[in-house]
Ligand binder design. Sequence first.
Ligand code: ZN
Length: 310
Amino acid sequence: MEPTEMTAFCLTKSSEPYWIQKLLEIRWPTGFCCPACGSRQAITITTRRLPLYECNSCGKQTSLISGTIMERSRTPIRLWMLAIYLHSLPKGITALRLAALIGTTYKTAWLICHKIRHAMAIAEQDELLKGIVRINFAQYGRPYNPTVFRHPQEQPLLIGATMNGNGEFTHIKIKQAVEECSYPQFTCPLNKHPFIHKHVDPNATEVIAITLKYSKDRNRHLLQISSCASGWINSTFKGIGAKHLQAYLDQYCYGYNMTRKITDRALDPFSHLIHLCSSTSATTYPELIRKPNIQPKLRVQYAYHLRSAS
Ligand SMILES: [Zn+2]
């Protein structure tokens, strides 16, 4: 289905039962399974807006959306599916545009977008970089440009990638690097480096990290990918501040990684994202806005250069 057809279909009220069935099949592909006791036997209560299952073994009632990012949402499933579909496309969508499309407030649309990004981020955090790994300092705020002065909007990043035998990056991660930049030059052992500790498999065969901003060894291919991520954030969202930047970087990486793994996946990108959204617990508006506002405090000379091949 083309994006315009899909949008029109989701906006049609009569499509709601179709999308409820679709969500049901993706959430429980082999039939209902009680999240409390694992029993597959349940009575279906169909008098509510969404199907409710009462477990025959433990009596727990489970709604189609409980335990998912959609929990407690009053937005129809067809509009959630449209939002998820639009996030599965490379271009993405702004909360402003989504609000206009599905007829909700900006706040509701913003929350839907961030809940979907949260599901992407949770999925990405579980998949570590492995094998041959390359890491490079990068920045958000303007294109890579080696001058000695920091732009006020600039955000230091680290981009890491798994590299295959053909020198192609098959899995990437881009993270805001404030904490990492706080290590004075050469004092942090490679295996204790926060980025590597959090995002690289301890059994990786080779890790090369270039964290000095203007190193002659900088990995230009990684810098290009990071520049594409910044370009996408700027063209689609007209720029993002430090507080929520990580969510957009995670969305970019999720899309990049999905396109390179699609042959390994049993599901198409849209169904895969529905699966993620139905297997990730909701995050709330207060949790999202309570995030600390990440501000880089340190200067470029604190960046450092580590290199290791083990
Ligand atoms: Zn049960």
